[in-house]
Design a protein around this ligand. Structure first.
Ligand SMILES: [Zn+2]
Length: 507
């Protein structure tokens, strides 16, 4: 029996070319956050649709999909005792929902392990909740006894004539919803089948509905299980000694549970006229090259050569054109000059000061992470630099420290939204925290010989990060190269990037 308290929603098998946005939906689970997760080429998560009554809560959750097939699963079946099975081609594997891992020794061949079942190519499977499972293939089905662990006698049988109201063949997926109801999917349609009365619910056919509308409007789509994402947080004018001394629990936690690079150089090794200001700093942080290449030596942005050395969004898009890139910044030159190939390039007003702009940026980032699915998101904070210019860049300056602590609490809100994403457990977010320069007294220009200005830090945090202090000498240009590498982009020699990969595990 499928216990309602342990209700696991499993969609099986479907290759549906008619569904534009989800070409290969394979299997779905309901996790503890109440989201449905369909494994496939994409992971879809979203609320259960209003026309399908919510099943019981789930006591287990699939924490990690690593080790299982990432896509192209034929069928998925909740079995019993927290186990489910996934079928693909002529193989199957057993997945433990409690530990969230594939059991050892799998995949195995179907042949020889499922008496009476087809050896391969199963379309759909569903636990009927009465000790039986049903398997579908082409125009036939097999009833399988869970207790006896073998097919019942006289199967396969034809679907036609035995399933009133159901399609006669090519079932894509089937999934128990609880309350004696099972949903079947085929192409763009779904049917609700009542297991007690053994018939299809009237009015349950959703014609011309793609898989998104079958589920909900709030559905989120991400490219693949364990999909790589980058959240880059830029804090303008942040001195590392101030960061250390501040009451900044969020940033300190990222440092303590992530990787930290100190003495990060903001200036390149080759001689240029570049000043220790934001223009060259953010250019190096976004392009991965030094000023002699990107051409930005000061805040006039004259001589910029972003066509040859573009923002890392453009590099990402050249490899993964469908990536969703977003930049949220209040320092005008970033959106005006530097950002390119962004699906969203938000330029926030600073009319009410940078603190207000940072607050807006926080809300925008929270909204974006809650409602959409950025592959790469850059988020800029400007209040610290503004405070430094008006009152002094120094850890002994309470105003500078207060500004930093405010930003820390804003970052906390962004990270809360990030971790609340329904698919967060299946995603691999690399968080990078960076700054363009430090500061001395009330400025930071001309700081070529002043380490308080020209040596900063980088923080890397996430599942793919090698924790601890980074011993390799670091530089601003390393940040975008690391971001791109995490996103699965192979750095081409012809791009002429100066940065290197830092802080993440090598493949
Ligand atoms: Zn400044």
């Amino acid at each position: 029996m499928v216990k309602p308290s342990l209700f696991i929603l499993i969609l099986s098998a479907l290759i549906a070319p008619g569904i534009a946005q989800a070409q290969s939906v394979d299997a779905a689970l309901q996790n503890e956050k109440g989201a449905q997760i369909i494994f496939g080429e994409r992971v879809l998560t979203g609320a259960i649709p209003s026309n399908i009554k919510k099943p019981g809560s789930v006591s287990t959750v699939v924490k990690s999909w690593q080790g299982a097939w990432a896509k192209g699963i034929d069928a998925a079946l909740y079995w019993k005792d927290n186990k489910c099975y996934f079928f693909k081609g002529s193989e199957y594997l057993r997945f433990d929902l409690k530990s969230g891992t594939v059991d050892k020794g799998y995949p195995r061949p179907i042949k020889g392990n499922w008496p009476g079942l087809w050896d391969s190519g199963i379309d759909a499977a569903v636990n009927w909740g009465n000790g039986k499972a049903y398997f579908f293939k082409g125009s036939n089905y097999i009833r399988y006894s869970i207790e006896d662990d073998k097919a019942d006698k006289n199967y396969p049988a034809s679907i036609k004539g035995n399933w009133p109201g159901l399609w006669n063949d090519k079932i894509d997926a089937a999934c128990h919803l609880g309350n004696n109801r099972v949903v079947f999917f085929r192409d763009k349609e779904h049917l609700i089948y009542e297991t007690k009365s053994d018939k299809v619910q009237s009015n349950s056919v959703a014609l011309n509905a793609d898989i998104h509308s079958v589920f909900s409007k709030n559905i989120q789509v991400s490219p693949a299980p364990n999909a790589k994402h980058v959240l880059m947080i830029g804090i303008d004018g942040c001195r590392p000694d101030a960061l250390k001394a501040a009451n900044a629990p969020t940033l300190h936690n990222l440092i303590n549970t992530g990787a930290y690079a100190s003495h990060t150089r903001i200036l390149g090794p080759r001689k240029t006229n570049s000043n220790t200001v934001s223009g060259p700093g953010w250019s190096s942080l976004m392009t991965g090259v030094w000023a002699d290449k990107h051409g930005v030596n000061d805040n006039s942005f004259k001589g910029r050569n972003y066509r040859r050395y573009p923002h890392f969004f453009e590099r990402l898009k050249s490899v993964r054109p469908k990536s969703f890139t977003a930049s949220i910044a209040s320092w005008g030159p970033i959106p005006d000059h530097l950002v390119s190939y962004a699906n969203l390039n938000l330029k926030l007003s600073t009319k009410k000061g940078y603190h207000a702009a940072d607050e807006t940026a926080t809300k925008k980032a929270v909204g974006l992470l809650t409602k959409s699915n950025p592959d790469a998101l850059f988020l800029y904070f400007g209040n610290l630099d503004e405070t430094g210019h008006s009152t002094g860049f120094h850890p002994k300056n309470p105003k500078y420290m207060h500004a930093l602590e405010t930003i820390d609490s804003q970052i906390a809100r962004v990270l809360t939204a990030l971790r609340a994403r329904p698919a967060f457990d299946f995603e691999d977010w690399l968080i990078i925290v960076c700054t363009d320069h430090g500061g001395h007294k009330k400025g930071h220009g001309g700081g070529h010989k002043n380490p308080a200005i020209n040596e900063v830090f980088l923080i890397f945090h996430g599942r793919s990060v090698k924790k601890g202090l980074i011993k390799t000498p670091s530089a601003l240009v390393d940040a975008p190269v690391t971001a791109l590498t995490h996103l699965g982009v192979t750095i081409k020699k012809s791009w002429g990037l100066d940065g290197k990969v830092l802080g993440i595990k090598e493949k």
